[in-house]
Write a protein that binds this ligand. Structure first.
Ligand SMILES: Cc1cc2nc3c(=O)[nH]c(=O)nc-3n(C[C@H](O)[C@H](O)[C@H](O)COP(=O)(O)O)c2cc1C
Length: 350
């Protein structure tokens, strides 16, 4: 009897995999995206996903099909030099033939900002994926009519996207939330974005008003999958391999984006793809801290910056765990901070 059960389970698994394969085959428009169906991508995160950080994650674990810069604000007055744009992308990433195609540049704009000029500048550089931030819920950004504010003005979005599309021929994606205050114009947004020639739509399943309250609404993300042929990349609250499997299986998404889950478990993409065991957690976390230090140092940062980065990431690594981090976060120097790490990590993850 147990043998028959195991066989039945195996068969069900095969059927599920086959259905997923068929769904992925149906994404005909995916040709112009520079990452394949079934991809896992590392979310843009302001103050975190700078060049050294993305380099560290790739060197330590890899597995992510794209890494996003945080947003570069399109200026309304004045302008950026090409050097400034490359710095935002990460110089070592820009010049690496392996890393460059794995990275996406995110911009954030308004109707008044000089989008055309900046996009033309980016198009002249060796940057293969441009992403437009239409989901930022920050009061300051929305106060200047940028980020998620624009979700209230689908026609302005259409104009901005068409402008970008005309000037940038490589992968162009947008990152949205479900709406600003509510989801009323969600269907219209998906239609307008699909008609504007974007290559992919990344959806964080919350409204801007929600910020991070409640849960990401994966039913709405699935709804978008059914509304358009443009590839949808779902985002929100994916923390482990089970979440990733379920999201692919239930939503039909082309790809998935992970933010906080990827900060807690930066090897999650490699674990999912290569079926790594979870016994490696302690080793992986210590490796992660080592790589972070190494990458910030090769970008020329000093102890103070390295310590600041490590403290910031510590909050995410230990999120959802029962531990008092104050003794660790109170440390004033890297020499005090580093020796405390192995004990703390072992006490929680061993
Ligand atoms: C600290 C932090 C900074 C963020 N900065 C950005 C950003 O610069 N651009 C952006 O599009 N989203 C930004 N986000 C949103 C994430 O990319 C992601 O959409 C959100 O965290 C939901 O995904 P998650 O549940 O996997 O974390 C940020 C999120 C966090 C936690």
């Amino acid at each position: 009897m147990p043998v028959a059960n195991a066989k039945r389970k195996e068969k069900a698994k095969l059927v599920t995999k086959f259905i997923l394969f068929l769904k992925l085959l149906c994404h005909k428009e995916s040709m112009s995206l520079n990452f394949p169906p079934g991809s896992l991508v590392f979310a843009p995160m302001e103050g975190i996903t700078d060049g050294p950080f993305r380099l560290a994650i790739h060197e330590a674990f890899g597995g992510w099909d794209q890494y996003f810069t945080d947003f570069l604000r399109v200026p309304t007055h004045g302008f950026y030099t090409k050097r400034k744009i490359i710095e935002h992308f990460g110089e070592k990433i820009y010049t690496s033939p392996v890393l460059n195609p794995l990275n996406a540049m995110q911009i954030l704009t308004t109707a008044r900002a000089q989008t055309e000029r900046l996009v033309k500048e980016i198009a002249e550089l060796n940057i293969n994926h441009l992403n437009l931030n239409l989901g930022c819920p920050s009061k300051t950004v929305n106060g200047h009519c940028g980020g998620a504010y624009l979700l209230q003005e689908p026609e302005t979005i259409a104009q901005i996207c068409k402008l970008i599309r005309q000037n940038f021929s490589k992968s162009f994606t947008v990152k949205i939330r479900l709406g600003f205050n509510d989801t009323e114009n969600f269907d219209e947004l998906i239609r307008i974005l699909s008609d504007s020639g974007v290559d992919g739509i990344i959806i964080h399943g919350r409204t801007a008003k929600q910020k991070y309250d409640g849960l990401s609404n994966w039913e709405m993300i699935s709804r978008a999958v059914n509304l358009t042929k443009t590839p949808i990349i779902g985002n929100g609250d994916l923390l482990n391999v089970k979440d990733i499997e379920n999201a692919f299986k239930n939503s039909g998404c082309y790809g998935l984006m992970l933010g906080r889950g990827a900060l807690k478990t930066p090897w999650l993409a490699a674990q999912y793809k290569n079926k790594w065991s979870t016994d490696q957690t302690v080793k992986n976390i210590l490796e992660y801290y080592d790589r972070i230090e190494w990458c910030y140092r090769i970008y020329g940062d000093n102890d103070e910056i390295v310590l600041k980065r490590m403290k910031g990431l510590t909050r995410y690594i230990f999120s959802h765990e029962e531990i008092n981090l104050s003794p660790l976060l109170r440390m004033q120097t890297l020499e005090q901070f580093k020796p405390m790490l192995p004990e703390m990590v072992n006490s929680v993850f061993q």
